[in-house]
Design a protein around this ligand. Structure first.
Ligand SMILES: NC(=O)c1ccc[n+]([C@@H]2O[C@H](COP(=O)([O-])OP(=O)(O)OC[C@H]3O[C@@H](n4cnc5c(N)ncnc54)[C@H](OP(=O)(O)O)[C@@H]3O)[C@@H](O)[C@H]2O)c1
Length: 249
C-alpha cells in the first residue's frame, strides 16, 4: 500500500517540471490527483500516463492568475474527488534580468502567478481541507526566497513572499488541522529557465549550471513533497530546502 493511499490532491503547474513529477510521485503512492495548468494537452497526456500505471488523475485547464479559474480548479477538483486534503501550490514563472530596462509586464506575470495565483488557490482550498478533517498545503518557493541575486529582484520578491506567507499560514493552519510545508528547490532541470530570452540572463543561467555540476531532477523535489505530506498526522515538515550538492548559493 502506498504512503498516500486515500489522499486527494490538487497540484498546480502540473503540465511540466516539478508539478508533473510531483503528480506522478503522489499518484504512485496512491493519491488521487487533480492536475491544473494552462496547457491542457500536456495535462491530458499526463493523465493517460498516470492511469496506465494504475493511478487516478483528472486534468483541469486553469490559469491560476485569474481568480475565478483558480477557484474553479480547486472547487471542481474537490467535487470530482469527493473532497480535498492536499494542495500543492507549485505553478510559477521566473523571468530574470536587471531592473533597469525591464518590461513591467514580466513583473506583473510573476506576481500574478507566483503570489496571487498561490493565494487564490490557498484561499479556496483552505476551507475545503479544514472541513474535510484537515490535510496539507505545500508551497513551492525557492532558494531565491532566501538568497537574493542581481538580476533576480522581482523573482526574489515573489519567492520571499511565499516563504513569509507559508509561515503565517502554518500558524493559522495549526489550529484547524492543516499542515503547511514550504519546499525551496535549488537549480532543477525543468522548462523554467527556458522562458528567459535575454542573452545575458541565458549566459548567466548556463554558467551557473556549469559551475553546479549535476543539477536536481524534478523527481528529487517530488520526493521531498511526498516525504512531507506522507508524515503521520502529528508531524509537520515546515520547510525543505533542497540544493544540488554542487550549488554554492
Ligand atoms: N526549476 C528550478 O530550478 C526551480 C528552482 C526553485 C523553484 N522552482 C519553482 O518550482 C515551481 C515549478 O517550476 P518548474 O521548475 O517545474 O518549471 P516549469 O517546468 O516551467 O513549470 C511551471 C509550471 O507552472 C505552470 N504555470 C505557469 N503559469 C501558470 C498560470 N498562469 N496558471 C497555471 N499554471 C501556470 C506551467 O504550466 P502552463 O504553462 O501549462 O500553464 C508549468 O506547469 C515554480 O514555482 C518555480 O518557481 C523551480
Amino acid at each position: 500500500m502506498g504512503r498516500l493511499e486515500g489522499r486527494r490532491a490538487v497540484i498546480t503547474g502540473a503540465s511540466s517540471g516539478i508539478g508533473e513529477a510531483t503528480a506522478v510521485a503522489m499518484a504512485h503512492e496512491g493519491a488521487a490527483v487533480v492536475l491544473g495548468a494552462r496547457r491542457k494537452d500536456r495535462l491530458d497526456e499526463l493523465v493517460a500516463r498516470i492511469e496506465s500505471e494504475g493511478g487516478t488523475a483528472i486534468a483541469i485547464e486553469a490559469d491560476i492568475s485569474d481568480e475565478e479559474q483558480a477557484r474553479g480548479l480547486v472547487e471542481t477538483a474537490s467535487a470530482e474527488l469527493g473532497g480535498l486534503d492536499c494542495l500543492v501550490n507549485n505553478a510559477g514563472v521566473m523571468l530574470l534580468g536587471p531592473l533597469q530596462g525591464a518590461d513591467p509586464q514580466e513583473w506583473r506575470r510573476m506576481i500574478a502567478v507566483n503570489l496571487l495565483g498561490l493565494l487564490y488557490c490557498t484561499h479556496y482550498s483552505l476551507p475545503l481541507i479544514r472541513d474535510g478533517g484537515g490535510g496539507d498545503i505545500v508551497n513551492v518557493a525557492s532558494v531565491a526566497g532566501r538568497t537574493a541575486s542581481l538580476g533576480s529582484g522581482v523573482y526574489n520578491m515573489t519567492k520571499w513572499g511565499v516563504v513569509g506567507f507559508s509561515e503565517s499560514l502554518r500558524q493559522e493552519g495549526a489550529h484547524i488541522g492543516v499542515r503547511v510545508t514550504c519546499v525551496e528547490p535549488g537549480f532543477v532541470d525543468t522548462e523554467l529557465q527556458g522562458h528567459n530570452d535575454n542573452p545575458i540572463v541565458v549566459e548567466q543561467i548556463e554558467k551557473m549550471r556549469e559551475s553546479t555540476g549535476k543539477v536536481l531532477e524534478a523527481a528529487d523535489i517530488a520526493n521531498a513533497v511526498v516525504y512531507a505530506v506522507g508524515q503521520p498526522k502529528h508531524v509537520s515538515i515546515n520547510e525543505v530546502l533542497v540544493r544540488p550538492a554542487g550549488q554554492t548559493r
